[in-house]
Design a protein. Structure first.
Ligand SMILES: [Zn+2]
Length: 123
């Protein structure tokens, strides 16, 4: 029986194969899966460069809260545990204190005086 399509090269393993469908790019489903896993792993690795520091800082601040709604911490202590004050996911204006709060997800921080920061959560 003659096949409807001409042989083509698998986009993953680069071996020639006879396609069953007009848009088939891979010789087997294993090659299709391997191709997408490889592409998604590369994406994840790239995104991890941005998200790892945010994740680390989020858990560091959450650890300081230790279940409390808010804590006041000396800025040098925060620097000591690796807090980067230019790293946050968003800023929101807190009308109660008339100040910008820097937030990582649900944990916020803002300067209370020259030396101290308040860490708080709305959770
Ligand atoms: Zn293949």
């Amino acid at each position: 029986m003659k096949n409807k399509f001409e042989n083509r090269i698998c986009s993953y393993c680069e071996v020639e194969f006879l396609p069953k469908r007009s848009n088939q790019k891979f010789c087997t489903s294993a090659c299709r899966t391997a191709y997408h896993n490889k592409r998604n792993n590369a994406k994840r690795k790239e995104l991890a460069k941005f998200f790892k520091p945010i994740e680390k800082q989020y858990y560091a601040l959450l650890g300081l809260l230790n279940g409390k709604k808010e804590v006041t911490v000396h800025k040098e202590y925060l620097r000591g545990i690796g807090v980067n004050f230019s790293l946050f996911t968003h800023i929101h204006f807190n009308e109660k204190i008339n100040k910008n709060c820097y937030a990582l997800h649900t944990v916020h921080y803002y300067k209370v005086d020259k030396e101290h920061y308040k860490i708080c959560t709305n959770d």
